[in-house]
Design a protein around this ligand. Sequence first.
Ligand code: PLP
Length: 284
Amino acid sequence: MNDLIWINGEIIPMSEARIGVEDRGFQFADGVYEVIRIYNGRTFTLTEHLQRLARSAEALKIGMPLAVDALSEQICKLISASGVREGMIYLQLSRGVCPRNHVIPADIKPTLLFYARPLPPAPIPGEGEGAKLTAIPDERWKRCWIKSIALLPNVLAKSQAVAAGYDEAVFIEHGVVTECSASNVFAVIEGKVVTHPVGSKVLPGITRAVLFDCAAELRIPIDERPLREEEAIRSAEVFITSTTREVNWVARWNDRYIGQGRCGPVTLALHRALQMRIRKETVG
Ligand code: PLP
């Protein structure tokens, strides 16, 4: 396996890659990113990720150096060259390099890079440990639908959670559960999957969207509404989703156990359906 990176149009060894000190991504977190899963040497939901990237970039008025189709082609090229079969692509688009100034200059060339990294094999649905969540006040900005590289509140929340023996930080705003530091969160209440609508406080997760499709096929109702923390703690099942985690059942919320202390039937059915979808799109 080669440690390669695609950077501004070239594939080179990671150790040779250079970014300007005055790149606005480095100085102002002025950029956006995506994490895309590779299964069996192929990408999963690549177009959906790149469309979200284009929406994030457009919101910040960062030009996309390549159109979605051309970018997809380059990503597939990098995956072949890297030899990664099970893993992920990290892609970052920053506004580019210019003399440091808060004011965004009119003509600036964005910095685009991506590289592949291996990941352990996908989990078997329902097996393994349930995630332990700890509630942390949501102090992020109000444009969380943009997948911005400005992740300091997420980084601090997750680090605080892990230091206290938890796996993820779940954000709470005025008693309402928004999302986790790096995943979307769902509760199963009276047979329905309840989750906060996407928008100012919730990233439109790609896994979340695929899971909604799976839920429709399984006739599991989805209820997108503000979910109160006390409801979530008392719910039958809680689970979190992300590109790298897929679906992870939740065992604990602070010091309380959720449901029966094992993966519940709705979470299990949705995770199995997601894996069937992944297999259909990436095998053969
Ligand atoms: N919410 C946040 C804050 C995230 O950082 C992520 C993933 O990184 C997600 C949700 C899940 O999104 P996706 O399913 O597209 O990976």
